[in-house]
Every structure is written in C-alpha cells, then in structure tokens.
Design a protein around this ligand. Structure first.
Ligand code: ARG
Ligand code: GLU
Length: 707
C-alpha cells in the first residue's frame, strides 16, 4: 500500500513536472510534442500548426483583441464566452428586448445581428525574425538606443514581408526581448450575433461564483463570421455571406474524465512568470491591496443600485462586471501566493541561480542583477501605487473624473495644434456620448464619494450639482463655439476646475517618474531572462503571454483548495438546481431549465451516468484572454470552452503551481444542451459536426481483441 502511494506520488509529480507554460504553436515539435503525447495526446505538432495545410490553428480567432473564439461549423459559426460577447449582447438590449435577461437566438441568417467595431483575427503564419530585428543591436547601447533600432529594424522588415492584400503583419517580442516573431494575420470585421443564453445561465452565479469552483456557469455565446463573395475579409455589408473556414472544430459528445488530455488553444494576454521575489512581494503586500480597496468601494455603490433598478442593472452590467472581475481576481491571487508559498519558492530559485553563477564564474557578468532588482523595486513602489490609484479612480471607477480626464486630453491636443480642434471635438463628443449611453449621475456621485478619498484629501461632491458634464445635453453644449470659447467654458466648469490640477500632476509628475523608474526595471528584466537561460539552461522556459496565439496543455484534474477539502473535476446540472435561489440576481434559474431537469430530457448530452456535465477543471496554464478558448481533446475535437480559473490558482500569472492551478471550462455538452433543448436552435446543431472519438477507440479495441 505504502509502495503504491509512493509510486502514485511519483507519477503525479512526474506528470505535474511537465505542465505549465504557454507555448508558441509553430515551435511544438520536439519537447512539447513529446510532453503532450505523454499526457495522452494523439495529435502531432503539424495537426496543431501547419503553414501549408489546414490545421487546428485556422479555427482559432482572436475575438475583438481581448478574448478567444473558435469556428465550429463550415459556415463560419463561432463560439466564445457569454462574458466575451457581453458588450454586444448588452448593446442590442433594451427594457423591451432584454437579451441580457432573456437570451437571444437568431432562428435564421436574417435574424443575426451586426456589431459595428467587433472583429475576429486569425493567424496565417508565424516566423522567427530575431536575427533581423536585433541586427546591429549591441550590449553597449543604452536602452533607448536599443529600442529605437529594434523598432526601426522591425518596420523595415515588415515592409518586405510577402502577404496578400487583406493580410496584416505584426512583430512581437518574446522572452523579454530575447526573441522576436512575426505574425501574418487576417482580420474579419463583419461579425454577427447568433445566440446567447439568458444571463441566469451564461453568468449563473455571477460574482459570488466568479473565479471559484464548484462552478455551474454556461458561459457561452455564438457569433458568425461573414466574408465577401470571394470568402475574404470585408467591412459589414448585407451582401456578405457566411465565411467558409480553412478548418472548423468537430465537437466530441464523449466528454472527458479525470486524467484525460486537454489542450487550450488561444490568445493569453499578459503574464509575468520571471519576476524576482521582491516584485511578487510588493504586488502581494502593497499593490493588490490598494487596488482591491478602491474597487470594493466603487462596487458597494454600483451593486446596491443595480439591485434596486432594472434600468441601472442594464446600464451598469458591463462596467460592474469589469470592475468586479479583477477585484475578485486580485484577492484570489494573494490567497494563492500565500498558499503556494510563492515568494519563498522564488527566493529559493534565486539562490539556485546565484549558486550557479558562482560555480560558472559568471558573478562579474550577472551577479549584480538580483541586488539591483531590490534597489529598483524599493524605489519604484510609491510612484507605482500612486499612478495605479490615479488610474483606478480617474479611469476605471469614476465616470465624471474620466470625462474630465478626456477633456484635459482634448485641451492639450487643441493647445498643441489649434488646427486639430474639429477632430479633437468630434472625438470628445464620441467619448461623451459613449459614457452617457450607460450613465447614471446618482450612481456616479456615490462612486465619487467612495473612491476619491483613496486618492485625495480634497473631496468636493458638490461639483456634481454644478458641472455641465453629468448631463449629455449640457456636456455637448460645453464644446460648442470657437476654440477659445470652448477652452474658456471648460476651464470654468466646476468639475474640470476640481480635477485639472490632479490630472496635471499625473501627466507632469507621476507618469514621468513612473516611466523613469520602470524603464531600468524592464531593461534589467531582459538581462535577467538572458542570464537565466544561459546559467540554468536546462530549466523549462516558456515566454510570457503577450496576446499572441499559444498552446497550453494538461489533464482533467480536481484539486484541494484547503486542508481536507477536495474538488472533483466535473460539475453537473444537478448542481445548478442545488444552487437555485428563486428570484435571486445571481442564482435564479430559468423555469424552462428546471422543467428540462425534472423531465430528464437530456437527449444525447448526458454522460454515461445519465447526468448533464456543466463545467470541468484542467491543469492547463491559462490567463485573461484565454476566455473563449477551445478545450481540445486528444484527437483534435472540441470538448470544452475555457472561461475562468480557480481562485487560489490565479497567481499562475506570476507563479504556476500544478498542485492548485486549474482552468475552468464549460462542457460542450452543456452548451449543446442549452442550444438544442433549451433554446430550440436545432438548426445550429445541424451545422456542426458531432463525433464520438472514445466510442470509436473502444470499438477499435474490441475489434482487435476478437481477432
Ligand atoms: N473570471 C472570468 C474572467 O476573468 C469571468 C468573468 C466574467 N464573469 C463575471 N461574473 N464577471 O474573465
Ligand atoms: N475569464 C478570463 C478572460 O476573460 C479567463 C480567466 C483567466 O483569467 O484565466 O480571459
């Protein structure tokens, strides 16, 4: 028994040692391919990324620059999260057509709703261009000289890249500027809303359940890509037709069980895996707590108002979700840093590095790096937090301060170039209209009273009764007249008068100081990365996320969030009903879903035990931006839709611990069950290709035995 335990431990350690990392899809051959095979994958590197033939990557689109989406039918049908399409669903919603509350389903192509500004971008190919980009860069250059040569080289090179008329290029830095890749991309701008479940399914559990497991959220929505008659990207036109993709993902109805291979293919946004311990400590003890406090203060007001009025609920839905999401994430991040002992672990890693420097006689070359980090970070802390507080108050939470901030930028633009008045004015009017579309002055005033004390001792809420900016009509009037009149009016507006000195301080003092202190940190971080790869060459390095396409892989696994508690990896529809609180704004369940549950009318979407799986956990290393990413099984089929991570695991942005870091996915069978049995949108199911890879394997195995 004991032996078995040790053996099991050994196996788990072995497996966990091979997970974590967000890998570049064009470089999977070799190590990654082997690791994936060891974890159960039947895919080759070429199945995932191939330049000359269609491959999985052709189905993966960057959704509006912030989320991921994937094509699931030969007619350009696209799947992403409900929270990724939330802004679009909200923008089509009104008190009469409350698609947030009731859901939306286009029953034919004509009913699909266009979304100006929304786009999906695909990767055509990826090339290593490090040599070209770093050509002529030498160690004795200053950071500024280096960066300017790098950007000049990049531009020169991009101009020579062979591409089609509708394609774009971009060059991105990897491993802190130690490597550069070129991306040739293809962007579609006519993206229409096809379907979304009601919020009570798509955002079931709302903030209480956000970032946690057990989870029961059907966080999905569907869109469709339209192209011109030649199947190329085009601006919106009623003559456009559904796009025929190079590849779309078949959907497995066999689901997953603990230990199954999964891979997440998507566009993770930002991670910081190579921070020194001193930085992680600063984030945990100073930076996160101050951000958490400001957002908490804002949410108190917004949440209370949203609960008491439907109009405010619709207006503030997106904004509240955005504020609450990071607020709760940071709390979890701190929990995870502590639970995984991340700071201590990082210190020990640094000790290993220092020891290796000594052994290799490299102290002169790299020995200054870690002590230098200590000095730079200590010096950076105050301005970093001050700047961040400004952003939280002026740009994230308070809308009146946001309007004054934009007005200040307007004034600066006009002062610098009087010719630009008309353009600046038009842009200002756009900003004001945008803010006022979803604005409530009482909510905003309450937010002001709660958040401003975190930034300044001077809190004067009476500006709300005197300013022109809180009403769209008077706000627009403020910008009427000659440039001189407008600037004069603006500088007489009480809110502007109040905010301007703080905004000036931000631009003239805080931000420049922040830049000046951050720049040497960035440069040192580049040197540290170079040093790590030279001094400890056998460690497993993966580049930080940078909103480019990545592959991350692992297995379906539960985890233990606390002593004596274990979460098994799959949740079921039974759990939705268990959490049901009639009329509650987070845990209400649509009547029809209750009826389907009671009648056990599950069709082909139940698992072998006759239950409908809702969400499942995996050891895939994901981050913000991976929302909407497909979870792909060992055979290349879609089995899940990534949408979240577990609370204690969100520190994986700085420190991935395979013991507690888990991504959360919606089971595709729940998605199809909702589309088919709940919404009655069978025509969408008919577009898809549904497969049974496991049943196929089983019958193959049986066939072999018989022989
Ligand atoms: N936490 C997930 C993410 O980071 C989901 C957010 C949307 N859900 C919500 N309740 N705000 O985006
Ligand atoms: N919900 C996140 C997103 O919008 C994904 C969760 C995470 O941060 O891992 O991308």
């Amino acid at each position: 028994m004991k032996f078995l335990k040790i053996l099991l431990l050994f196996i788990t350690l072995q497996v966990s040692a091979q997970q974590g990392g967000m890998w570049i899809p064009s470089l999977l051959e070799g190590m990654n391919e082997q690791e994936m095979t060891d974890l159960g994958s039947k895919l080759t590197a070429k199945d995932i990324y191939d330049v000359n033939n269609s491959s999985l990557k052709d189905a993966i689109g960057h959704f509006n620059g912030g989320c991921t989406s994937e094509i699931i039918s030969p007619k350009g049908l696209v799947l992403t999260n409900h929270h990724c399409g939330f802004g679009q669903i909200q923008s089509h919603s009104s008190l009469e057509n409350d698609y947030l509350k009731d859901g939306f389903w286009a029953m034919n192509l004509e009913e699909e709703l266009p979304n100006p500004g929304l786009y999906i971008e695909f990767i055509v190919r990826i090339e290593d261009v490090t040599t070209q980009v770093l050509n002529g860069v030498t160690e004795d250059m200053t950071e500024k000289e280096k960066q300017s040569l790098i950007s000049k080289n990049s531009n020169t090179f991009e101009a020579t890249v062979k591409k089609e008329a509708w394609e774009d290029t971009k060059i991105k830095s990897f491993y802190k500027g130690n490597q550069y890749f070129l991306f040739v991309t293809e962007r579609f701008n006519d993206i229409r809303l096809v379907g979304a479940p009601p919020t009570s399914i798509g955002k079931f559990g709302s903030d209480t359940d956000n970032w946690v497991f057990p989870r029961h959220t059907g966080d999905f929505s569907m869109f469709r890509i339209y192209a011109n008659k030649d199947n190329r990207p085009a601006e919106y036109s009623k003559d456009n037709v559904p796009y025929t993709p190079k590849h779309f993902l078949p959907i497995s109805l066999d689901g997953v069980e603990e230990g199954d291979f999964t891979m997440i293919f998507g566009f993770p946004g930002t991670t910081d895996e190579y921070l020194p311990a001193v930085a992680i400590e600063q984030i945990t003890t100073e930076y996160n707590p101050s951000n958490i406090a400001i957002r908490e203060a804002a949410l108190k007001v917004i949440d209370a108002n949203m609960k008491s009025s439907d109009e405010i609920r619709i207006k503030y839905a997106s904004k509240q979700a955005r504020i609450a999401n990071a607020w709760k994430k940071w709390i979890g991040e701190n929990l995870g840093i502590e639970k995984s002992n991340a700071i201590q672990e990082r210190r020990e890693f640094e000790a290993t590095f220092t020891k290796a420097l000594k052994e290799q006689g490299l102290e002169d070359k790299y020995g200054n790096i870690l002590p230098e980090f200590d000095v730079l970070y200590e010096n950076f802390e105050e301005v970093n937090i001050k700047r961040r507080n400004f952003i939280e108050v002026f740009l994230v939470t308070n809308e009146l301060m946001n309007m004054t901030f934009r007005a200040y930028q307007f004034e600066q633009a006009v002062a610098q170039n009087p010719e630009s008045f008309d353009k600046a004015k038009a842009s200002m009017e756009g900003t004001l209209t945008g803010i006022h579309k979803d604005y409530d002055v009482n909510v905003d005033k309450g937010v002001f009273e709660n958040v401003m004390p975190f930034y300044s001792k001077n809190i004067d809420a009476s500006i709300y009764d005197q300013t022109a900016l809180t009403n769209i009509v008077t706000a627009l009037e403020l910008f009427q007249g000659t440039p001189e009149e407008v600037i004069k009016n603006l500088n007489n507006d009480p809110a502007y008068v109040y905010a301007k000195p703080m905004i000036e301080e931000f631009y003239n003092t805080i931000n420049p100081e922040f830049q000046a202190k951050n720049e040497p940190i960035t440069a040192l971080q580049t040197e540290y990365m170079t040093a790590l790869m030279e001094v400890l060459p056998n460690a497993r390095y993966y580049p930080d996320a940078n909103s480019t396409l990545r592959v991350t892989y692992g297995q379906v696994r539960g985890y233990s969030p606390r002593d004596a508690v274990y979460y098994s990896p799959v949740s079921y529809l039974d759990g939705v009903i268990e959490k049901y609180i009639p009329g509650d704004y987070e845990f209400d369940v649509p009547q029809k879903l209750i009826e389907l549950y009671e009648s056990k009318n599950y069709g082909p979407y139940a698992d072998a035990n006759g239950k409908v799986p809702v969400c499942f956990l995996g050891t895939n290393h994901t981050t913000g931006g991976n929302s909407g990413s497909p979870a792909i099984d060992a055979y290349g089929n879609l089995v899940g839709l990534n949408f979240d991570r577990v609370w204690e695991g969100t520190m994986s942005d700085m420190y991935y611990d395979p013991e507690i870091c888990r991504n959360i996915m919606v089971d595709l069978r729940y998605v199809l069950f909702i589309v088919d049995n709940y919404a009655g949108a069978k025509h969408l199911i008919d577009e898809m290709t549904l497969v049974h890879p496991k049943k196929k394997e089983q019958s193959k195995a049986k066939g072999k035995k018989k022989k």
